[in-house]
Design a binder for this molecule. Sequence first.
Ligand code: ATP
Ligand code: MG
Length: 343
Amino acid sequence: MIILGIETSCDETAAAVVENGTKEICSVVASSKEFHEKTGGVVPEVAARKQVEAITPVIAACFEKFKEAKRLGSLDECYKLIDAVSVTIGPGLVGSLIVGIEAAKALSLALKKPLIPVNHLVGHIYANFIGNDKVVEFPSIALLVSGGHTDLVLIKGHGNFEYLGGTLDDAAGEAFDKVARLLGLSKYLGGVFLSKKAEECEENILEGKLPRPMLDQDNFDFSFSGLKTSSRRLIEENKYAAEAVACEFENAVVDVLVKKTIRAAKKYKVKTILLGGGVSANRVLRKRIREEAEKIGIITHVPPISLCTDNAVYIAGAAFFNNKQVKYEKLDANPSLGIMDRF
Ligand SMILES: Nc1ncnc2c1ncn2[C@@H]1O[C@H](COP(=O)(O)OP(=O)(O)OP(=O)(O)O)[C@@H](O)[C@H]1O
Ligand SMILES: [Mg+2]
């Protein structure tokens, strides 16, 4: 089954074509990041306007790439090969979401193809299936760590999720971004820069200086806002090099994420662990979770780095495994959709 995916939940405008939920045929991502760097955060109105500018060229470029990849003679042949159109319906910024949704509806109508809505957070998890030559066995624990969310879910099968816990305040990605900003590394989306800075640290001289929030609590919830405040205080002491603070901060976040995920994996006797969301690109998190899971005989799957942050490949992938088709008049944006919400 060949699915066209469309993703416009925030500041990326993306379209992709994926075969059978696992094989990426082509992908196009445009980003309005540079505009949000200037303001140090996303201005929803600006993001929505940039979505409007980008959506048609991105979809057109995606079809061109599809034509090339399949060595087809015309775009009409491409359209015939598409079996369904899938689109992110939430969570995200309403103005941005609407742009992708309306484009998907128009395409579905014009090409006479079914329409599949996708929860963006579920999409992040399905990045694990793209180009993965191993079978992902269930039950599985998925740790979703993105810019806006941190959730731990038990996956019993496709579309069969049980919510185990999540952050009570800030997402892990938001904490990375805030501390990166406090360290003067980047005003916007600084997680990757903080991680690079931490790599410069040869020895963690600040080990244990920052809290590991909620680690001792017998639940699967997280909290990162206090860690942000403690990091700010440490930085304000002006005694430590940025790489030392970055290293201790990264370790504190990773300690909590890994230990709680492993605890859940043991409790629910899962076969696999899946990571998803932008923070799953973090090299320390990927390494530590793999090492700890291996010790208890559990296989860890991680998405390719390029598919950790927002794109349409995993939207089309998730649509294949959760193929709930809807009529276009029933499709609407849902900005506050949670990981357990269906439509
Ligand atoms: N290597 C890295 N280490 C730590 N954090 C990272 C890394 N790479 C990206 N991130 C963080 O990932 C986040 C972006 O992830 P993503 O694109 O999934 O979030 P989002 O789409 O904005 O939020 P959501 O998916 O919750 O709606 C940012 O907070 C960014 O700093
Ligand atoms: Mg995302």
